[in-house]
Write a protein that binds this ligand. Structure first.
Ligand SMILES: Nc1ncnc2c1ncn2[C@@H]1O[C@H](COP(=O)(O)OP(=O)(O)OP(=O)(O)O)[C@@H](O)[C@H]1O
Length: 307
């Protein structure tokens, strides 16, 4: 594993467009050693483009992409990474053990076949032909291939889409073990609970720009919203007119209030309804923060056609 404190992968002021469609508009992004960086964003935000640039599959129009401080196309850099992209075309007639052995042969110090199979939960699939596997089983094999070279840096582009809960948790465990062993990960996912479970840092990308970056707690703290739930005779329509109430609705017997002035709203609720009960107050989570960040983006940052 690398000893350097320099980022393992970095985009510097990168711009990328496809024809006249802007995909990245001045992105700076660093993947530090021994951490999971989750790159989050809605469909079309530019996540896969960012990964393709770091892998040397695309060239930036402006700015720079670096892998271990080098041009991402260098063999030395490529031998230190493992990659699981959203789609992979692998030879359908090869057996899983053949695919893993073939991929292991590209790397200087790979994991053993059995270790790879265990990490990805494919030990019972080794003698099956890849083309005959289910979509979820193929995804697990792709994860084994990404891990097998004992990479310093793992690129995982929506790795658990379509996986059942056991397979997803097995991959989470393997990712945690990889990081505990000093490895780093750049992860994209639409499952915000996956980002919460794995990420040391989160970068929120939308319309080709980074909107926020920090730990999960930092990102959640960026929005001051709280959710209040209680049993109360209050009428939601009236509550929405209170200062600090963003939204109020009835959820079965309960009232749910989203507010950015929790203390004031709580005081008034309690003062106006002596029978109020079953009060719960919680900080909005990563899902709420993500939705608010991507909904509140400044004008002019939506995916747009370049002039
Ligand atoms: N080969 C291409 N040709 C033209 N436009 C493209 C191409 N690839 C991506 N785009 C556009 O660039 C923008 C960014 O796409 P990208 O695939 O990087 O987004 P993403 O965040 O990975 O999306 P998703 O979550 O849906 O995978 C989108 O508007 C997309 O339509």
């Amino acid at each position: 594993m690398t000893q350097t404190s320099l980022p393992l992968a970095r985009l510097r002021a990168v711009h990328k467009r496809y024809g006249n469609r802007v995909a990245l508009a001045g992105v700076d992004l660093s993947v530090p050693a021994s951490q999971v960086l989750a790159l989050l964003g809605p469909n079309g935000a530019g996540k896969s483009t960012a990964i393709s640039l770091l892998l040397g599959l695309l060239e930036p129009d402006a700015g720079r992409a670096e892998l271990f401080g080098q041009n991402p196309g260098q063999l030395g850099a490529r031998q230190r990474i493992g990659v699981m992209l959203q789609s992979a075309s692998l030879p359908a007639t090869l057996k899983v053990r053949e695919l893993i052995d073939l991929t292991r042969s590209y790397y200087p110090a790979p994991h053993s076949l059995d270790a790879c199979a265990d990490m990805a939960g494919v030990a019972d699939l080794l003698d099956r032909r890849y083309g005959r596997l289910s979509g979820g089983q193929q995804r697990r094999v792709q994860f084994a291939l990404a891990m097998c070279g004992r990479p310093d840096l793992l690129f995982l582009d929506e790795p658990t889409t379509g996986l059942d809960i056991d397979a997803r948790r097995a991959i989470w465990a393997a990712v945690r073990a990889h990081v505990a062993g000093g490895g780093a990960v750049l992860l994209t996912t639409h499952y915000l609970e996956e980002a919460e479970a794995l990420a040391d840092r989160v970068a929120v990308l939308d319309a080709g720009r980074i909107l926020a970056e920090g730990s999960v707690a930092d990102i959640c703290a960026r929005i001051g919203q709280r959710r209040i739930r209680c049993l109360s005779a209050q009428v939601p329509e009236a509550l929405t007119r209170w200062p600090g109430v963003i939204e109020a609705r009835r959820d079965g017997p309960r009232i749910e209030i989203i507010t950015d002035a929790a203390e004031a709203v709580l005081r008034r609720l309690l003062a106006e309804d002596a029978a109020l009960s079953e009060l719960e107050v919680e900080r909005a989570g990563l899902a709420e923060a993500f939705l608010q960040l991507t909904a509140d983006k400044p004008a002019g940052t939506s995916i747009r056609e370049a002039a």
